[in-house]
Design a protein around this ligand. Sequence first.
Ligand SMILES: [Zn+2]
Length: 300
Amino acid sequence: MSPAGGLPRAIERGTERSCSAIQIFNQSPRMWRAREYTEDDVLAFRQAMAASPIRAVLIHTVYLLNCASDDAEIRSKSLASLVHSLRAGDRIGARGVVLHAGSAKSGDVSSAIARCGETVREALARSERCSLHLENTAGAGGTLGRSVDELAQLLDAAGAGKRLGICLDSCHLFASGYDIRRPAGMDAALAQIGTKIGLERVRSLHLNDALVALGSNRDRHANIGHGELGERGCASFLSAPALQGLPCVLETPGVKRSGASREEVELAKHLHKRGLAARKRAKSASAARRGGARRGGASG
Ligand SMILES: [Zn+2]
């Protein structure tokens, strides 16, 4: 949600779209120059939020950041911007700052992971509380965070402290090769995350349909129900037991490329319910099958 016209406007825009969680950029997404909020801005935001149905705010860092860059100037600008976002998060009470870990470009991946880890550690040291969520990526170019293993390495490099978590993006999961279109596939991806990272690290969700094919390593979001995931795939993502209760936001282009509409948010809520119901039915059907097998065994 855009905070244009003042921070509380993001809350208003989210409320109009029937959101219970929103994501904002705390500065213009394609500019380095950071905006400092005044005490009045922060107070007005907190009051607007308290009076609204919105329960969670995520801050997305700007796209220019590359915390893993081998260019010292870019890394120091990225650090400054990340610190700025985390401090803004501290002030407005954000649930977390969402970060794309960065890119190794054409260079060595493990040294890029180490550089990213160092930048993130420093940013956490220079801010107080706000949680930092590394987002899984589609894996385009040298982007870091394309697999559960890589996310685990990034978290370790960043010190694996309590403030570190991950943000799972449905489109990026699919584009990086995780077939989450059915609950079994989604559960398999989460089982990997559980083993290698810990499910308690999953702190926020991005629901986006995918314009691109499974494993294509391209990052193109589609409107919910209009991509390769489809309504069923989105429902499968949203209904995973391990993800219930997490803030989830849409980053879809929208019908007029103006972002998610109220209708799309409502569709997402509906798919969430549909997915939960489908899982419940599948569970009781398999319990009935097991019961039938037991009874069959006893009488035979
Ligand atoms: Zn995302």
